[in-house]
Design a protein around this ligand. Structure first.
Ligand SMILES: Cc1cc2nc3c(=O)[nH]c(=O)nc-3n(C[C@@H](O)[C@@H](O)[C@H](O)COP(=O)(O)OP(=O)(O)OC[C@H]3O[C@@H](n4cnc5c(N)ncnc54)[C@H](O)[C@@H]3O)c2cc1C
Length: 298
């Protein structure tokens, strides 16, 4: 690995100042589960690595009546270890449970997963489905970007040189809501998704009709996608196999997957159709307060 400087600021202001001072030649380090490997193989050669794990603002993990605040340096295991988040933000918890094994989940952050901006990242569809908003700090102050607009291409995102993801904010979950994330992988674990789907639904009081839904897709385009028309098609519809199948068809109409060793384009489209239906049914189960028969990763 090349030689680099290491800095570990303890305030957000210092981190932003240090990033800005190096004008694109510095990189934030969160858990390092992507970055260290990418530096080892020479994909990134930052002159300065700025460790953001010592910044208190980036460790916020707070659920309240106004929603969830998830700091960019919070490791995955803390998220699924938080009972209120498990109860309210199922899709996010599902995603955190399947990133690598326990060692990776002890280091890896949702913020790093998002900032790495891989099309198959397992947390991004959940952030989109749950209406996550990214809070970004930089030399010009703070700005907010919806999770679905954060990634701009494989490994690319909206962050400008000197900018840092501070936290992801989620609105409070309404009553009768549920969410789920599931991926298809060739092996049982430690693989990259062929397709990943996150969905959140809100049902009416009787639990029989959709009030609203959001569906997000991973690994089927250069960036994770919000399947807007597919989610909108469910609003006001009864919870039925027909309405769910129609939403899955609409989701398939926006995907543009590649063919690679994990699967052909046509296969990925078909997997998308199947997964969207499974994930919607699972989100409905949770919205009804019923137990979901699901083992993370399968
Ligand atoms: C064995 C193994 C298994 C894995 N399995 C999976 C899997 O199943 N699913 C999956 O999705 N991923 C998987 N991953 C990748 C996953 O661990 C990472 O994507 C992780 O979530 C990144 O978080 P991190 O905190 O380690 O980020 P880092 O590696 O520290 O950073 C990742 C990138 O984001 C940037 N960055 C980090 N934080 C910020 C910030 N706050 N602001 C701006 N830029 C920032 C860094 O500069 C770097 O470019 C696996 C990795 C390994 C090693």
């Amino acid at each position: 690995m090349h030689a680099f400087d290491y800095q570990a600021p303890t305030t957000l202001a210092d981190a932003v100042a240090q990033l800005a001072a190096h004008n694109g030649s510095a990189r934030p380090l969160a858990g390092g589960t992507d970055l260290i490997d990418q530096m080892r193989v020479g994909r990134h050669r930052p002159e300065v690595v700025i460790d953001i794990k010592k910044i208190a603002e980036l460790h916020v993990l707070e659920q309240s009546a106004s929603g969830l605040r998830l700091g960019a340096a919070v490791p995955c295991y803390q998220i699924y270890g938080h009972a209120d988040i498990v109860a309210q933000y199922g899709a996010l918890v599902d995603s955190c449970h399947i990133i690598g094994g326990i060692q990776i989940q002890s280091r890896a952050t949702v913020g790093g997963n998002l900032c790495n901006s891989g099309p198959a990242a397992d947390t991004t569809p959940s952030l989109i489905a749950l209406e996550g908003v990214c809070v970004i700090a930089g030399p010009k102050g703070q700005r907010e970007v919806p999770a679905e607009a954060f990634c701009t291409g494989p490994g690319k995102n909206v962050l400008e040189p000197g900018e840092l993801l501070v936290e992801i904010r989620f609105p409070a979950r309404p009553p009768q809501s549920g969410s789920h994330y599931r991926r298809m992988i060739p092996r049982n674990e430690m693989d990259i998704a062929v397709v990943g789907v996150g969905a959140s639904v809100v049902l009416d009081d009787a639990g029989q009709n959709f009030v609203s839904a959001r569906i997000a897709l991973g690994a089927v385009a250069p960036t994770p996608l919000l399947a807007e028309a597919a989610g909108a098609s469910l609003a006001g519809q009864p919870v039925s196999e027909e309405s769910i199948a129609q939403a899955a068809d609409l989701a398939c109409s926006i995907v543009n997957p590649i063919t690679d060793m994990r699967g052909a384009k046509e296969y990925r489209v078909q997997v998308t159709r199947v997964l969207v239906q499974r994930v919607l049914r699972a989100a409905v189960t949770r919205a009804r307060g019923e137990q979901l028969d699901y083992v993370p990763g399968h």
